[in-house]
Ligand binder design. Sequence first.
Ligand SMILES: *Cc1c(COP(=O)(O)O)cnc(C)c1O
Length: 421
Amino acid sequence: MTLAQRDLAVIWHPYTQMLTAATPIGIKKGEGAYLFTENGHKLIDAISSWWVNIHGHAHPHIAQKVFEQLQTLEHAIFAGFTHLGAIDLAEKILSILPSNQRKVFYTDNGSTAVEVALKMSLQYWSNQNQKRLKILAFENAYHGDTFGAMAVSGRSAFTAPFDALLFDVIFIPTPDERNVKTLKSQITHHQSDIACFIFEPLVQGASGMLMYEAEYLDELILHCHSHNILTIADEVMTGFGRTGKLFATDYLQHKPDIMCFSKGLTGGTMPLGLTTCSQNIYEAFLSTDKLKTLFHGHSFTANPVACASALASFDILMQPQTMLNIIRITAQHHAFKLKIQKHPKLKNVRQKGTILAIEWQNNADTSYFSDLRTQLYDFFISKNIILRPLGNIIYILPPYCISNTDLNYIYEQIELALEIF
Ligand SMILES: *Cc1c(COP(=O)(O)O)cnc(C)c1O
């Protein structure tokens, strides 16, 4: 039996309508920017395996460090105990974050990193006996799939069955030159109720790689800070070089109080999440009153093997070659953007660093579930490229090791798709 046949008998896949979905493709092996299928195809992974893989698949340095770690310590309870990997990683991450970030709280995925950020913010106020229960977020946001993360995400087809149970959030559009004044006065109006403002800095990933300017986000952050509203940057997708700088927050003058990381953190090797915060937030939990403790933790909090893979990924991230690759991909994307952006079938082409998003003109059905989406997905798979459109938007978000040859091949196939669809 093939992997695909055995899979169908026992597995329920994420984000998949199991009745109508195509048979899953069995992957046997990964190497660099490629995934190898059980049918002998070599696929270019143009989306970094759901945005997590930044240095290529089965990277030998990460593999070696994980192997060594497994022979030393595979797990240690993280309440009352600690270990070298967690400490090393916290020190190294803090050394490259904005200098106001002082403490690292470990979890094991992006959604839980967001849950912790929300709990930190809400309890920050309750520990000081202040009633601030509202959260400010962007329309079209995506912060994860657990209930708290879902609540601060834009309402959509994905949240519909749960909408009645999601807590109240003030949603505002992403800022631009025209609306930023109005948004600020809206914030002022609610200021004493708002505990925090959570945002995906500069790029809203899951809603279609929607992009907005750092300048106006800066204004909102400054405005929040001057009204005592905590700010949370969800860098789960944008972190670790994706937007052309190490962090999207590096484009900002005003720094968030709390930051969330996962995805690229371990080079896409192991699940791991981080929530970092400023000293001010940390100190609001220090008390002889035990009730002021942050009561949150997961069985796999700061798992040593996950920390080892993150440390190995950090080594590669800090090599000069990695930033050169990011700059190279950014330049290639930019040239291709200039080439196709006027195409009559396209509504918009946008880019931030290594992310290039290409939006087809609206037709009758351009939702996430549109036929165009399936046709484009199938087309690129038939060309041995993994691109997973969000509705009528295709995007390239590759591992930084991808070659110019492979990038050019992807661009050519996109031009071909523009002739067909
Ligand atoms: C993917 C994502 C998450 C959720 O991370 P998971 O590890 O999938 O739970 C949260 N925020 C953003 C911005 C993301 O892109």
